[in-house]
Design a protein around this ligand. Sequence first.
Ligand SMILES: Cc1cc2nc3c(=O)[nH]c(=O)nc-3n(C[C@H](O)[C@H](O)[C@H](O)COP(=O)(O)O)c2cc1C
Length: 252
Amino acid sequence: MNVQIVYFSGTGNTKTIALGYERVLNRLGHNVLVSSIEDCVELGTHDVLIIGGPIYAGNMPDELITWVRKHIVEVKDHQKAIVFSTSAGLLNANGVKSIGKKLAKKGYSIVDTPTFEMPRNFYIDKYDPTPEDMQKLQFEKASEVILESIKNIDLNKDLVINESVIMIDILADVFRIMAKSMGKSFAIDDTCIRCGKCEKNCPKQNINFKDKKYDNKCILCTRCIHNCPVNAISYKNKKIQQYHVHHTLVTE
Ligand SMILES: Cc1cc2nc3c(=O)[nH]c(=O)nc-3n(C[C@H](O)[C@H](O)[C@H](O)COP(=O)(O)O)c2cc1C
C-alpha cells in the first residue's frame, strides 16, 4: 500500500506522531511518504492519506486548513484517510472533524480521527508547561493510539461527520487574525547570537533576525521561542521556558 502522510507541526509534537505512523507502517511493509506542508506542494499517488496537525484554539491551524483546501483534489477510488490532531487536551475534537469533513467531500473514506494528548507548547501568556511525568505518560499512550489507529486501515470503516464545521472554521479564521496581532508581542533581545535559526525556521517567513523584527504574519506556532539556542525570544518582555520533544514513542 502507498501511504502519504502530510502534517503541520510548530514545535515537533505532530511531527513525532507522523513519524510514529511512518515507522509502524514501514514495519508492516507499506511504502510511506511523509512530509510537512512546508515542503509538500503536491500529493503523489496514494491508497491512504494521513493528515495531522496541532490544535490551535479548538481547530487545526488555518494554515493547514488552507493547505488542505488548496492541495487535496477529488479522489475516485474511496481512498482511505486518517486525520489526527495533537493537543494539550483542552478544546480539541472539532479540529479533526473540520479536516475530516473536507476530505470526505473530496471522496475519501475517513477511517479514523484520533486526537493525541501531547505536551503543551502554548504557555506564553497563561497555563503552565505539562509536568515531566505527565509528558512521559502521554508519549506511552500516543504509541498505543498509533497502533490502534493503523488497525482501522484494514477495516471497512467510513466515519460520517454530520456536524456542521462552519463555526469552528470561522473560529480558526478569527484566531488567524488574533495571532497576527498577538505575534507583535514577540521580541528578540540582546542575548541573540545571530544564528538566524528563528528566521530560517519560521513557517511564515515572518522574522528578520538582523533587524530583530517580526512582520505581521505570525500564526503563533511558537517554534521561534522553543527552538532558539539561547532563548533570546521573549513574549511581552517575558522569557518563556522552552519546550522540546525529548521523550520517544514506544513504536521506536
Ligand atoms: C497558538 C496555540 C493554541 C493552542 N490551542 C490549544 C487548544 O485550544 N487546545 C489544546 O488542547 N491545545 C492547544 N494548544 C496546544 C497544542 O495543540 C499542542 O501542544 C500540540 O501538540 C502542539 O503541536 P506541535 O508541537 O506539532 O506544534 C495550542 C498551541 C498553540 C501554539
